[in-house]
Write a protein that binds this ligand. Structure first.
Ligand code: FAD
Length: 694
């Protein structure tokens, strides 16, 4: 349904609201009828209002996070809230709390939402339930619900290349205010395509003064004295080695559990899946490769449907692991067991990763040490720089936006690289990189500043109908030289890890530990889980489909085409199936070149693959050009109830393709520009225009 159909949006009430109970927020939630009551379970408290009261917190920062950025931002805000303004705060994973208690928040409290929008205006996985509550059409609702005591602030994380920019934050904001909530500062919106971090910092300039006004506080309430650590880090002398996590992923109470066959694998418990087959799909490969991987799920309980995504959990390369350790003076201590714990008893996560662990496991498996360092991180490290010169160098990068952009943001320098750069300017003017130069930085600050390493997603390129327990992935390796005139190469974390698994002897890419913790990844295994997607073939096999997928965007369409071929071979009537595919050169990077002719042969008349090779002619030819050549026929298919699928580059391609279809509606459908836009919008709303873009 439409995200913006606010007229139909309703607020679900707690069940007891419509009964004769007197509402008491300190009660456990009474559950929806028919469901087993969670109220009697002894699980963690879901009533956040009660929790805030018990723990004396005035502000709660909820996050709806997909890749961890919103979570980081919420933590950063919460920290500033308590340290700079002396207001007690907590962060909270929105999935873990019963949001129907929003109407019970006392008027002197404040609720802050840091919410990412995912894909086409969708909520993140952890905010799906809250989204249902806000926008769902459940029958149990109360027209009379009011949030008039609620004071709130919203910051959204989105991406302008997508149609529904920051839809989650926008709808949330509108909805809360419609229900009587009081917004106490302007909604912030960050654009991940351009300047997320800068947008976040700029928004705070006006947000904090409004926050102070509303809560009647100022910086004089700041906690004085030294920095307050968020985490306690302790090196352990005597510890049972078997209980130390060496990089095992997911929510396990001990590393051994991972090896048990009975466990249910999901996003929180990735499966160590064998790669049963891999090859390079590029015909003439130099340093660019495209991996075809087949991942065997047969010994797990994981299932998938055609069009779903598979998440692969990467490992950081050894060059970066060593660089990080060296800069911080930890090279000799990599295998020392350590304990890391949140010091705030109300922290949403007591342990940010499995513990006890080792520095090595942290750098290899748990921390995103390859991501460019944020300005705020650099700022927080300034006071720990060991020399005046390095302090100044760090301060400059942290405060001068242009310097930051040139040397860190665009240059894609990770934290250790930035520190190396800053140590070059030491008091003696030497540019030697001395190991341990920044050993002055407390390690808890590193834990606080560096995000968790996140899985990478891939559009599954097989069909669950023909290959139910083997998932194929089509991934192009990423490496680039971000700074002109410099030799420095940046390697995409996961794709080079996968490449090394495929070609262990290829020294052109950095070395990885391929055996994994306790050899759990030995013999070409990778940690994976499956993510359900909305990107699905029409139910009726007779419906025509038009697919546009240049480059690796063809991945899910390989699955779609295999599925339709299978259906046809099993006696089903299959509608016209048209695939627009583009790449550079028919002899170089044409993905699955050998497979297509036979598949389309089986699909028969009305089905075809239409290719665009951008580097074979003087004038570059892209899929949009091909689409235009076939415009009349594509329009005709749309009149026959065709569904449209676009996959691949979100930035340019998806937008250009949409524009092309808007033009078709004008040229062949005789619509005005506005009508043409509405037509596409309607197609989207009815699920006939679907995108899987990144
Ligand atoms: P990372 O280490 O994560 O580096 C990627 C980052 O590098 C980018 O975010 C960008 O900020 C930066 N970057 C990239 N190029 C440059 C440059 N030239 N200059 C400066 N910075 C640059 N990928 C596929 O190959 N096939 C798929 O089927 C596929 N499906 C996907 C489906 C979904 C739903 C999503 C979200 C993504 C999909 N991706 C797919 C992308 C994939 O998840 C990874 O992002 C990609 O493989 C790179 O991962 P990496 O760890 O190697 O790179």
């Amino acid at each position: 349904g439409s995200l913006l159909g606010l007229g139909t949006i309703i607020w679900i009430s707690r069940q007891f609201r419509s009964s004769t109970f007197k509402y008491d927020p300190s009660n456990e939630k009474s559950n929806k009828s028919g469901e087993q009551s969670k109220a009697v379970s002894t699980g963690p408290e879901r009533n956040f209002v009660k929790l805030m009261k018990q723990q004396n917190r005035q502000v709660i920062f909820f996050y709806g996070s997909q890749t961890g950025t919103a979570e980081d931002y919420a933590s950063r805000l919460a920290k500033e809230c308590s340290q700079k303004y002396g207001v007690s705060a907590m962060t909270a994973d929105i999935e873990l709390y019963d949001m129907t208690y929003l109407d019970a928040v006392p008027s002197d409290n404040l609720v802050v939402f840091v919410m990412a929008t995912y894909g086409e205006g969708e909520p993140t996985d952890n905010s799906v339930e809250f989204w249902e509550l806000l926008t769902g059409e459940e029958p149990e609702f109360s027209e009379s619900t009011t949030l008039e005591n609620l004071r709130y602030i919203v910051f959204g994380l989105g991406n302008k290349t997508y149609e529904h920019y920051n839809a989650v934050a926008r709808v949330l904001d509108t909805r809360l205010s419609e229900l009587g909530g009081k917004r106490i500062a302007e909604r912030g919106e960050g654009d991940d395509d351009a300047s997320l971090e800068e947008d976040f910092l700029a928004w705070q300039e006006d947000m904090w003064p409004a926050f102070c006004d509303a809560l009647g506080v100022d910086e004089s309430n700041a906690q004085s004295g030294p920095r307050q650590a968020m985490f306690g880090v302790q090196e352990l002398d005597a510890v049972d080695r078997a209980s130390v996590f060496l990089g095992e992923l997911g929510e396990w109470t001990n590393p051994e559990q991972l090896l048990q066959q009975t466990v249910v694998h999901d996003a929180k418990h990735p499966y160590q899946a064998p790669i049963s087959l891999s090859h390079d799909l590029f015909q003439q490969s130099t340093d660019r490769h495209c991996l075809h991987l087949e991942i065997d799920l047969s010994k797990s309980n994981l299932t998938y449907h055609t069009g779903d995504h598979i998440a692969i959990w990467p490992t950081n390369n050894e060059v970066e692991v060593e660089r990080f350790a060296s800069v911080l003076g930890l090279s000799e201590k990599l295998d020392t067991p350590i304990m890391v714990e949140a010091l705030d008893s109300a922290a949403s996560k007591k342990h940010p990763f499995p513990v006890p662990t080792t520095y090595r496991a942290l750098f290899r498996h748990y921390l995103d040490i390859c991501a460019p360092a944020s300005r705020q991180t650099l700022m927080s490290l300034v006071e720990y720089a060991p020399t005046e010169a390095s302090k100044e160098a760090l301060r400059q990068l942290a405060t001068d936006k242009d310097a930051y952009r040139a040397k860190v943001g665009e240059a894609m320098r990770n934290l250790a690289e930035v520190l190396e750069l800053c140590q070059g300017h030491d008091d003696e003017g030497t540019t030697n990189v001395a190991p341990g130069f920044f050993s002055t930085v407390p390690f808890d600050l590193i834990v606080e500043s560096v995000s968790r390493l996140q899985p990478r997603y891939y559009s599954i390129s097989s069909s669950s109908l023909t290959s139910s327990k083997s998932v194929s992935v089509t991934a192009v390796t990423l490496s680039y030289q971000p700074t002109k005139g410099e030799e420095r190469t940046v390697y995409g974390v996961n794709t080079n890890y996968l490449w090394r698994i495929h070609a262990p002897e290829d020294d052109a890419v950095p070395l990885y530990d391929l055996n994994g913790p306790r050899n759990t990844l030995k013999n070409k295994k990778v940690p994976v889980h499956i993510r359900r997607s909305q990107f699905k073939l029409p139910r009726n096999t007779k419906s025509p489909i038009i697919m546009v997928g240049p480059g690796t965007g063809v991945a899910p369409f390989r699955g779609f085409v295999h599925e339709r071929v299978h259906q046809k071979q099993h006696g089903k009537e299959v509608g016209p199936t048209v695939l627009f595919y583009g790449c550079r050169h028919s002899e170089q990077d044409f993905l699955y070149k050998e497979e297509w002719p036979q598949l389309f042969e089986i699909l028969g008349e009305g089905s075809e693959m239409i290719t665009a090779f951008s580097r074979e002619t003087d004038k570059k030819v892209y899929v949009q050009h091909r689409l235009k050549e076939h415009g009349e026929r594509m329009w005709d298919l749309l009149q026959k109830n065709a569904s449209l699928y676009i996959c691949g580059d979100a930035k340019n391609m998806a937008r250009d393709v949409q524009q092309t279809f808007i033009e078709f509606a004008q040229t062949y459908g005789g619509k005005t520009e506005q009508e043409a836009h509405d037509y596409i919008k309607n197609l989207r709303n009815s699920g006939r225009y679907q995108e899987d873009v990144w």
